[in-house]
Ligand binder design. Structure first.
Ligand SMILES: [Zn+2]
Ligand SMILES: [Zn+2]
Length: 425
């Protein structure tokens, strides 16, 4: 098989791999690096027949309109990935327009993509004319997230996509495909947290809910910025399952993604629990509701998770003025985002990056990661036991060190590929 790494090499962002096992050339993911400027994989120089999307996050799906334009074939994805990717692409279009940041594709490319999506469930193989087959396997990361197992004759490639080997409220812990033990020639594995462990989930949940409860009992508003996909649904369930006392409000794209998630109950660990948690949260629809809600103690779950736009920014400003609030950051804050500025004690951007404001509210950061920690990644690599291992999707030092550890301590033939680096396996 031939592999060419087109993105997410020694970094997170624009995940994209060109893989050819038989005659069919597959593009595994086609992501966009978003937080600074929009960087897409250089597809014009490559030929491919179809695109296989591991999940809806923009660092994997953000440049699929380019793939739809440059490639002839369909864009394969699991059923929930399609509407969520469409929603995220649409939102990114709006935000980019507002912030005067050019996208590397046109509106009609996004339209073309919608007609090229081809939905598949987990586990059902799709076979091309030359006998190349692939199937999606649950990756436990966000709804619809998949590992991709590609086969041609006796050659097999496994792409982890973004993986969570730990159990969450939303998803069961991901495992490699059952038949991986029969032999995998090449494994492409994400390395986001290959250098550290996450805290035990039950203990994290308990501490988090205790702190949110303390804030409400102190007559304050607990502002919970959450990513729209995954984290919003996770945090609503965490609060519900731990019997938080007080009102919970919900606003932003996270509410829409929650509704979409309920359309695919079999892709969620406990749809009944998600439904109950959602029913408990009161929706904020109008500006009047938004103004009123900050006047009484409560918890507000709002998009966006890194404070870069969305309703969370207006809550933040209102609470900053009143001085009776506390911010609970529920995810990793990419450097340069408002969330990272807040965490560093610096002024954050309000009003579409035209004005900066110092936030004086107390804040804390909570590691509700949707990615495997170090031990889970190592377990995964050992269970797959592939002939060659490619470590990508992580900071440069982390990818390089993970590959070195796999080579020197565990005897794997592992590398952290560079962009446009080609391999024959
Ligand atoms: Zn992801
Ligand atoms: Zn990713």
């Amino acid at each position: 098989m031939k592999l060419n790494f087109l993105g997410a090499c020694r970094q997170v962002g624009k995940s994209c791999i060109l893989a050819q096992l038989g005659e069919v050339r597959l593009l595994l993911d086609c992501g966009l690096r978003v937080h600074t400027e929009h960087l897409a994989p250089a597809l014009q120089q490559h030929k491919f027949d179809a695109c296989v999307l591991s999940h809806a996050h923009l660092d994997h799906s953000g440049a699929t309109p380019l793939a739809a334009r440059e490639g002839k074939g369909p864009v394969f994805a699991t059923f929930p990935t399609i509407p969520i990717a469409q929603l995220l692409l649409e939102d990114n279009e709006k935000v980019s327009l507002r912030n005067h940041r050019a996208l590397p594709f046109k509106k009609q490319d996004v339209k073309r993509l919608h007609s090229k999506f081809f939905g598949l469930p987990y586990g059902l193989p799709y076979e091309f004319y030359d006998g190349t087959r692939f199937r999606f396997v649950d990756a436990g990361h966000i709804i619809g997230a998949a590992q991709v197992l590609v086969e041609h004759k006796s050659k097999r490639l496994l792409y982890s996509g973004d993986l969570n080997g730990g159990e969450t409220r939303m998803h069961a812990a991901a495992k490699p495909p059952e038949d991986a033990s029969e032999g995998v020639d090449a494994l492409i594995v994400e390395s986001t947290y290959a250098n550290r462990e996450h805290p035990p989930r039950d203990e994290l949940e308990r501490r988090f809910c205790n702190e949110v409860q303390r804030c409400i009992d102190d007559d304050c508003v607990a502002l919970l910025p959450c990513f729209a996909v995954g984290r919003t649904q996770e945090i609503l369930q965490v609060l519900h399952a731990n019997r938080l006392r007080g009102d919970v409000f919900l606003q932003g794209m996270g509410a829409t993604v929650s509704e979409i998630s309920l359309d695919f109950p079999s892709y969620v660990k406990n749809a009944g629990m998600l439904n109950a948690a959602l029913n408990r949260a009161k929706r904020i629809e109008t500006r009047e509701q938004r103004q009123r809600v900050v006047e009484k103690p409560c918890a507000i779950v709002a998009t966006a998770g890194m404070l870069d736009g969305g309703p969370v920014l207006s809550y933040l400003q209102a609470l900053n003025k009143r001085g009776k609030g506390e911010v609970f950051l529920t995810g990793f804050q990419v450097p340069g985002t408002n969330g990272s500025l807040l965490a560093a004690g610096e002024k954050i951007w309000v009003n579409e990056r035209s004005r900066r404001e110092k936030i004086v509210l107390p804040f804390s950061q909570w590691d509700f990661s949707a990615h495997s920690g170090k031990k889970e990644l190592l377990d995964y690599v050992k269970r797959v036991n592939a002939g060659r291992v490619f470590c990508m999707h992580g900071d440069a030092a982390v990818c390089v060190e993970f590959a070195r550890e796999l080579r020197e301590q565990h005897g794997f033939d592992a590398v952290a590929p560079l962009e446009e680096e080609k391999f024959t396996v």
